[in-house]
Ligand binder design. Structure first.
Ligand SMILES: [Fe+2]
Length: 308
């Protein structure tokens, strides 16, 4: 499938309680590259292998959580079309001018039925990964910390899951890849959606707490790197949620832990390739444990209850 329209998760703005401590954490433990601060004092980061200027922005605040989630779209014509499509669907949109965020073009902002603020944008300065585009080396030398490949996806919670699922599928062109059903066998309690050939680019979970973040996920290359991430998490005494483990959903391997502000992050590896002719995978309510934690087949209380 040629990827058109919405291409991938592009950036997100995370609220942190202590900016200095968080800059140190995301640089030294997560192993992201600090790209500098803007005039508002926000800190910008990219994963080493990402090409665009940044994928994470940290903003100091009194409360943890995510300000907004952004997807990069194919080009400016696509941005205009999706803005028109959102408004035609009844979603109010707002334009954030180019330059409000470092090295980033105009953004189209809207709020989803689950209460989350999303952005679409087409332009961000490509700074590259340092390897160049002519006969590049195959690895980036000098990595430190967990050092993920890229920002991969988000899992976010809110009451109107149906509304956000339909908006993403009908207007933004996402595919429904997997779902967990409620005990009634009809209602979706969680959905995994893809705008690419990844098993998911975003997941929505039905939860009475609107506009909440369950986790931001970062991609690793191998299961061994997930295990190494677990070692780094312990060396730095990072607050752990659960892992290393495998998901039934997506088949990915993973660890969940918390940044210094209590925002959960995931270091994720694997997952199958999705193509749009694949039937939707459905998990009945009684298989939820195996769907989420494939080996223990049981959910833990903290994983179910803690969001920011
Ligand atoms: Fe995830």
């Amino acid at each position: 499938m040629a990827i058109s329209g919405v291409m991938r998760p592009g950036h997100c703005q995370l609220r942190v309680l202590n900016l200095d401590e968080s800059v140190k954490f995301y640089t030294e433990v997560m192993g992201l590259k600090h790209m500098g601060f803007d005039a508002q004092g926000r800190a910008y980061f990219k994963c080493l292998d990402e090409l665009d200027h940044h994928s994470l922005i940290l903003r100091q605040a009194d409360k943890a959580g995510m300000d907004f989630y952004a997807f990069k779209v194919r080009d400016k014509a696509t941005l205009e079309q999706l803005d028109a499509d959102l408004r035609a669907y009844g979603v109010a949109t707002e334009r954030i001018p180019a330059g409000e965020m470092l090295e980033t073009g105009e953004r189209v902002r809207f709020t989803s039925p689950t209460g989350h603020v999303f952005e679409l944008y087409a332009e961000k300065t490509m700074v590259g990964n340092g390897l160049g585009f002519e006969a590049p080396e195959a690895i980036i030398d000098g990595r430190r910390g967990i050092s993920p490949i890229r920002l991969d996806h988000w899992q976010i919670h809110g009451p109107d899951l149906d509304g956000s699922r339909d908006l993403f599928v009908k207007v933004l062109g996402f595919s429904l890849v997997e779902r967990i059903k409620a005990e009634d066998g009809v209602t979706d309690v969680a959905v995994w959606l893809s705008c690419s050939t990844k098993a998911h680019d975003i997941a929505f979970v039905r939860d009475e707490r609107a506009n909440t973040l369950h986790h931001a996920s970062y991609l690793l290359g191998t299961w061994e790197q997930v295990l190494k991430a677990a070692d780094i998490i312990t060396i730095h005494r990072v607050s752990m949620d659960i892992g290393p483990l495998r998901h039934g959903i997506t088949r990915g391997t993973t660890i969940y832990a918390f940044d210094p502000s209590g925002n959960r992050f995931e270091t994720f590896c694997g997952g199958y390739d999705f193509y749009p002719d694949m039937p939707v995978i459905t998990w009945p309510f009684e298989e939820m444990g195996r769907a989420v934690f494939y080996h223990t087949r049981q959910l833990n209380e903290r994983f179910l209850t803690v969001v920011t």
